[in-house]
Each structure stands twice: as structure tokens, then as C-alpha cells.
Write a protein that binds this ligand. Structure first.
Ligand SMILES: Cc1cc2nc3c(=O)[nH]c(=O)nc-3n(C[C@H](O)[C@H](O)[C@H](O)COP(=O)(O)OP(=O)(O)OC[C@H]3O[C@@H](n4cnc5c(N)ncnc54)[C@H](O)[C@@H]3O)c2cc1C
Length: 332
């Protein structure tokens, strides 16, 4: 395993922020991970794990060791249960599951990133969250070098959140998923339903492959391509408001919402659009013309520029609508 010094992280984060890591290595096995942990202990420096870098914002140079995860592998336990190594690409896993008649993940097609990062913020799209399919998360505690198995309940999953966001010492080595053996079509999410209604397809006879293709096509149409307009997907979380806060907001602006028992989910993109941010920006960073939830950069910029711009948006939205937007990706 090669450890590089003064490593430019520009090509390993999807915002293409140009900062430097004091040390960098790629690992392909758990033994290499242990070696990297040992190195950081000797040097007395912090560790940071990275998958495909599609949900991180580097706010400055990283004065430690960045470990890039390239641990691959799949173990099929039975028709429902499968264990996937954390470095596998998420979308490839969804595609593979479909080919093996393991159903349910189709709504989560085309989300960038690794399988190992999927539990971190409990990735979700089109009405589904990965936590619905996670049985166990296998980890190594990098402080003690011990293995630890987290049950789904241990992971404390919430909307774009999990226990791992506050327990950064755990490196996820693999994730155990339980999928369905029978097709489980769910296109109830508003924009997905509209997409299929507008198509010539018969809704009653849709297959999981149709949903996979539909979600992929919809995402490609509405989201900017992160390899050309550099981004991390939604930059701000949707708001989850209690009844009182929701009522206060609706006195200022009439918003579309999604209601669960005790809360109201409001699209951050809607507020950004109504706040006049769509397509607006400064020198190297802007809100996408295509999708108001997505912040894009022109690449090769300083991380602080992104944070300054994001904070100016948070302040502006607060002054207009009295709600505080929260940044979705991990700030480093
Ligand atoms: C165009 C675009 C669209 C997107 N759409 C969606 C969407 O629809 N829904 C959604 O939820 N997200 C979406 N995202 C965000 C992103 O795809 C997910 O958060 C994804 O899971 C990030 O994976 P990654 O491997 O790139 O993680 P990274 O960005 O590399 O890391 C993210 C966080 O996870 C930690 N981490 C990574 N690997 C490990 C590991 N093995 N063990 C422990 N910690 C680890 C990192 O330290 C970091 O804190 C989108 C991003 C882009 C660019």
C-alpha cells in the first residue's frame, strides 16, 4: 500500500475543491486498512475515510491521512440476504440486484457513491431510504482496531442521518442488505408518479426494471451531470417542521409539503427557487439553473468559497422565510 504525501484532493471530491491532504492512500483490503490505522497512530494524525467523494465539502486542507475505500466483494447468503463490501459502487449494486431478481432498490438507482457511504446519511430518493433494506453494518473501530457489528436498530437511522455521522471512528467494511424476492413497485412519490403518468406505460403492469429505467431517466433529466457541473446532489436538506413552525412558514409563503404523522417535509429547493436563488451565484459557485437544490462549482476552487456562498444563502432564506436551511453533505 502506497502512502502519498501532500496529495491534491481535487479529483476525489465531486465539487472538485482543490485542497491538499497531508497523506493519502487507497485500500483494497481490511489488512491494508489496519496498516493505514497503524501509520496514523505512529504519526499521531487524524484519519478520514472517503468513498467516491460525492457528499463531502473540504473546507480547508486536511492535516491527516485520507483513506480511499476500494474494498470490493459480494457474498450472497440466500435469496434475500446479501453482504456487499463497502467500496462497491452503489448504482452498480442496484443494477446487479435487479439482474439477480433481488427487488426493492430501484427507486435508489443512479445515486452516486459507494455502498459503504450509503448508511452514513441514510441515502434516499423517490420515497425510499436505504435503511429500509439494511439488516446489519459491519465496521472496524479505528481507535481500538476491533470489529463491531451494528444491527439496523443500532444505526439510529433518520432522515439523511445515522449514528455514524457522530461516530466517525467506525470504518464501514460491508453492509448486509435484505431485498425482496417478489417485485415491490412503489411509484407513489409525486414526481415519479407524474413521470410514469406522462409516459405511454401502463402503470398497473410496471416491472422493477421499468422503475429502475424511469428513475434513471428522470434523474438524468432533472439533475445537472456532476462530472460537468460539479456538485454533491442536494446541497441543503429538505426541512422537516413541526406543526407550529410549519404554520408560521405558511403565513409567509404557500409551500407544497409532504405530511407524516407529526411533521411536515418542505422542499429546500422550492424555497431556494422562490427566494430567487435558482441560477444565481458568485465567481466559481452557484445554484444550478436546472435544479434549485443543487449547488454547482466551476472546479479548482477553495472550499471556503463554497461555505461562504452556502452561508449567505442560509442567511438570506432565513431573512425571507424565517426557516434555517441545513447543509446536507459532510463538512470537513
Ligand atoms: C449528482 C448527485 C446526486 C445525488 N443524489 C442523492 C440522492 O438522491 N439521495 C441521497 O441520499 N444522496 C444523494 N447524493 C449524495 C451522495 O451520492 C451520497 O451521499 C453517497 O452515499 C455518497 O457516497 P460516497 O462514496 O461518495 O461518500 P463520500 O462523499 O466519499 O463520503 C461521505 C461521508 O461518508 C463517510 N464515509 C465514506 N465511506 C465510509 C466508510 N466506508 N466508512 C465510514 N464512513 C465512510 C465519509 O467520511 C463522509 O463523511 C448525490 C450526489 C450527487 C453528486
Amino acid at each position: 500500500m502506497k502512502i502519498e504525501e501532500n496529495y491534491s484532493i481535487k479529483d476525489i471530491n465531486s465539487l472538485r475543491i482543490n485542497q491538499f491532504a497531508k497523506y493519502f492512500c487507497s485500500i483494497e483490503t481490511v489488512e491494508q486498512l489496519q496498516e493505514a490505522i497503524e501509520f496514523s497512530k505512529i504519526k499521531k494524525i487524524p484519519l478520514l475515510f472517503i468513498g467516491e467523494g460525492s457528499n463531502v465539502v473540504f473546507t480547508s486542507d486536511y492535516d491527516g491521512l485520507i483513506i480511499r475505500n476500494n474494498i470490493f466483494g459480494k457474498i450472497e447468503h440466500d435469496k434475500r440476504i446479501v453482504e456487499i463490501s463497502s467500496g462497491e459502487n452503489w448504482h452498480n449494486f442496484v443494477k446487479w440486484s435487479l439482474s439477480k431478481e433481488r427487488y426493492g432498490l430501484e427507486n435508489l438507482a443512479l445515486i452516486p457513491g459507494t455502498v459503504g457511504a450509503s448508511p452514513i446519511q441514510n441515502i434516499g430518493a423517490y420515497g425510499k431510504e436505504v435503511s429500509a433494506f439494511i439488516k446489519e453494518v459491519k465496521t472496524i473501530n479505528t481507535l481500538t482496531a476491533e470489529e463491531r457489528l451494528f444491527s439496523k436498530e443500532d444505526c439510529e437511522f433518520g432522515y439523511r442521518s445515522s449514528l455514524f455521522q457522530n461516530k466517525k471512528e467506525y470504518f464501514i467494511t460491508s453492509v448486509v442488505f435484505g431485498t425482496n424476492t417478489d417485485p415491490d413497485i412503489d411509484i407513489s412519490y409525486d414526481s415519479l408518479l407524474k413521470f410514469f403518468r406522462a409516459s405511454s406505460m401502463e402503470i398497473e403492469t410496471l416491472t422493477p426494471k421499468d422503475v429502475f429505467d424511469g428513475v434513471s431517466s428522470l434523474r438524468s433529466t432533472i439533475l445537472p451531470d456532476h462530472n460537468k457541473e460539479f456538485n454533491v446532489g442536494s446541497f441543503f436538506k429538505n426541512l422537516v417542521l413541526g406543526e407550529e413552525d410549519f404554520k408560521k412558514l405558511t403565513k409567509i409563503i404557500n409551500v407544497p409539503y409532504y405530511q407524516t404523522n407529526s411533521s411536515y417535509k418542505v422542499s429546500s429547493g422550492y424555497l431556494l427557487e422562490k427566494g430567487g436563488w435558482k441560477g444565481k451565484g458568485v465567481k466559481n459557485v452557484r445554484i444550478s439553473e436546472k435544479h434549485a437544490s443543487v449547488l454547482t462549482t466551476s472546479g479548482s476552487l477553495d472550499g471556503k468559497e463554497v461555505v461562504r456562498f452556502a452561508n449567505s444563502i442560509i442567511d438570506d432564506i432565513y431573512s425571507k422565510f424565517r426557516v434555517k436551511l441545513e447543509i446536507e453533505p459532510t463538512l470537513i
